[in-house]
Design a protein around this ligand. Structure first.
Ligand code: NDP
Length: 602
């Protein structure tokens, strides 16, 4: 296969076997014995990293004691859509519990300069037709997304249901009362027939476990709690208070790529500490064309969402409505693969051709670095040597040019990370870089236990603890609910179909859960719980379908997709490996059948 592949490429510098070997070597040097345990949890001395910088301190309110139909955990897009759909289903007595000071979830917290959604806004922002809103550009920035979350809240009258700045401390099922009893840090005691948890997969910031991290005497913060009082400016930039500051950014993932150009523009000096480079492809943002808006017919958003989902999931559409970096990558992979697939007969041969297409795309993205970054050594260090979907691909037109600035230095750590943090700065390769401020663009906990990320315990029937139930990974029926935890539903990354457009995935999950609750209520019942047998059978389906993804992730450079190389704990192995299109069809058929197989109802 290798020789055939080489012969078909037709370019002198493209040698798949050399690339594979380079990818393996780059991965191997990044594998660490501490794998997913390499992070510092934001508690104890580090708890201040998750303080909310966007609210005035000292908030108090009277404790609430009440009984509602449903408690929704989280006021991000998942929670908002759950609230909206429950209202539409006539389930009106709701409580949304949210630790932030307002709606928005991810977009409430992530206000770093340049924060932007890299998915087409016309498909990412939910309920556009229902709220009558059209995004201002193809890729919108965080403030516009946050405003849209508030818009949904207003449209569906959800503000009055919300308890902001409130954290759940425990939820416990009462068999006698047939409801959940939810306790919070504000002294609330709320009884709820249903609980829908939409607390997000990337909700808990993490810090790198670098020796000496607590000893630095300068200023520090995490990107998801950006300290504008220190930097000056806003999400739109203008970080003028950095003019006399030497700043370090640790982390070059999707967040680092978006924020670094703004820091580089203003800092006296910026040191970017890189462990693994991101792939950085063309952004190409543009304002919304009013003439295009005039052509939109009712149902346009759903059609556009489905079109994108089909294309990025490997299906066929005559037209590519979104036509962006995501659909381009997949189309380019498929087109190259289909050209190369001529003559390929077995699934293995086709997979091999797809791999070649991926290698070629990677070469193209690396070549882009050379066209932009002037210093040859820096350009070389900024090239990513792994398959395109081993890490989240990024799209940005300002990141690479930032390294041409005289006040910006890339400190490449050759895959090893920062060695040490001292009172004055950071050490790499025995050199100490003195700085005034360290910004951690080091991401969020993934693959840690559900209750650690939720930061409260869920106690089901017979005193079962959900954290223990999930100690070795999720155990659910269809990703939504678990045996021993009646009327407790989970939205987000779980044992169901993963979609690149996260809000589409959440919307589909909400439709399913709220639809299920409504169907059961129509039967005159309220209690929904999967049987132990059905839950076990679903684990079998997930494990069987995970085989191809497992093989792919095992050859990937470490990251949160593969639990830093601890592949079996990787979050994507828990999702349904047959893909979102297959999962959606399966769930539609399951509901249409009306028998609710695998559930016990009462
Ligand atoms: P990531 O987890 O993707 O990145 C963390 C970064 O920190 C990596 O570059 C990592 O290097 C680096 N790092 C960790 N430890 C060290 C160390 N000891 N020394 C040096 N570097 C270190 O977090 P992000 O916040 O960037 O992104 C998280 C996710 O959020 C994205 O994958 C995406 O899903 C989402 N996101 C989405 C956006 C959108 O537009 N929709 C925008 C921004 C984020 P290494 O790679 O080697 O681990």
């Amino acid at each position: 296969m290798t020789t055939a592949g080489t012969a078909q490429q037709g370019t002198a510098d493209f040698n798949p076997e050399v690339l594979r070997s380079r990818y393996r070597a780059e991965r191997d040097k990044r594998l660490r014995p501490d794998r997913n345990e390499q992070w510092v949890e934001v508690k104890g001395d580090f708890a201040n990293y998750i303080d909310d910088p966007y609210v005035a301190p000292g908030f108090t309110r009277a404790a609430v004691t009440e009984t509602v139909d449903a408690v929704i955990v989280g006021g991000g897009f998942g929670g908002l859509m759950a609230g909206a759909r429950l209202r539409q289903a006539g389930i009106n007595n709701l409580r949304i519990i949210e630790k932030a000071g307002g709606f928005g979830g991810t977009w409430y917290w992530n206000r770093y300069p340049g924060a932007q959604c890299d998915i087409d806004a016309y498909i990412y922002l939910p309920l556009l037709e229902e709220t009558g809103y059209i995004p201002t550009q193809k890729y919108v920035f965080a403030p516009e997304i946050l405003a849209h979350a508030e818009r949904i809240g207003s449209k569906f009258d959800l503000h009055k249901a919300a308890l902001f700045q409130t954290q759940i401390t425990e939820m416990r099922w009462s068999g006698d009362e047939g409801c959940w009893i939810v306790h919070t840090d504000r002294g609330d005691v709320i009884r709820a027939t249903y609980v829908i948890t939409a607390s997000g997969p990337l909700n808990r910031p993490r810090l790198p476990g670098i020796e000496g991290i607590g000893s630095f005497k300068g200023h520090t913060f995490h990107t998801s709690r950006w300290d504008y009082a220190y930097t000056g400016g806003s999400t739109a930039g203008g970080l003028t208070k950095l003019a006399d500051k030497r700043v370090a950014v640790i982390g070059t993932g999707a967040t680092g790529v978006q924020s670094i150009p703004f820091v580089g523009e203003h800092a006296k000096h910026l040191y970017v500490f890189q462990r693994t480079p991101s792939t950085v492809d063309v952004r190409g943002n543009r304002p919304t064309d009013p003439e295009w808006v005039k052509t939109l017919k009712p149902g346009w958003q759903k059609r556009r969402i489905e079109n994108f989902n089909t294309l990025v999931s490997g299906g066929h559409e005559d037209e590519d409505l979104v036509h962006d970096g995501w659909t381009d990558i997949i189309r380019s992979l498929r087109t190259t693969a289909s050209v190369e697939a001529q003559g390929a007969k077995t699934p293995e041969e086709i997979a091999a051709r797809l791999e070649l297409a991926d290698l070629r795309k990677g070469s193209q993205v690396r070549a882009r670095v050379d066209t932009i970054v002037k210093d040859a050594k820096t350009a070389e260090a900024l090239k990513a040597w792994y398959y395109m979907f081993c890490k989240r691909p990024t799209f940005n037109d300002d990141y690479l040019p930032t390294f041409n600035r005289p006040n910006v230095t890339l400190v490449d750590t050759n895959g090893k990370g920062v060695e040490r943090i001292t009172e004055k700065g950071l050490v790499v390769g025995g050199v100490e870089y003195e700085v005034d401020c360290i910004i951690f663009a080091t991401g969020f906990e993934v693959g840690t236990t559900f209750t650690r990320r939720a930061a409260y315990n869920v106690i089901g029937t017979g005193g079962r603890d959900l954290g223990q139930h999930y100690a070795n990974g999720m155990k659910t029926l269809h990703g939504y609910c678990s045996h021993g935890f009646p009327n407790h539903f989970i939205l987000g990354l779980s044992q169901n179909g993963f979609k690149a457009n996260f809000t589409d995935m959440l919307g589909e999950q909400v439709e399913h859960v709220v639809g299920l609750i409504s169907d059961v209520r129509k039967k005159g019942m309220t209690l929904i719980e999967p049987t132990a047998e059905a839950e076990t059978a679903w684990q079998g389906v997930i494990a069987e379908k995970a085989v191809p993804a497992r093989a792919f992730l095992a050859q990937c450079t470490p990251g949160y997709y593969n639990a830093e190389g601890e592949v079996d704990r990787g979050v994507f192995l828990e999702t349904y490996g047959g893909g979102p299109l297959e999962f959606t069809e399966m769930m539609k058929a399951w509901r249409a059948d009306g028998q609710m197989k695998g559930l016990q109802l009462a």
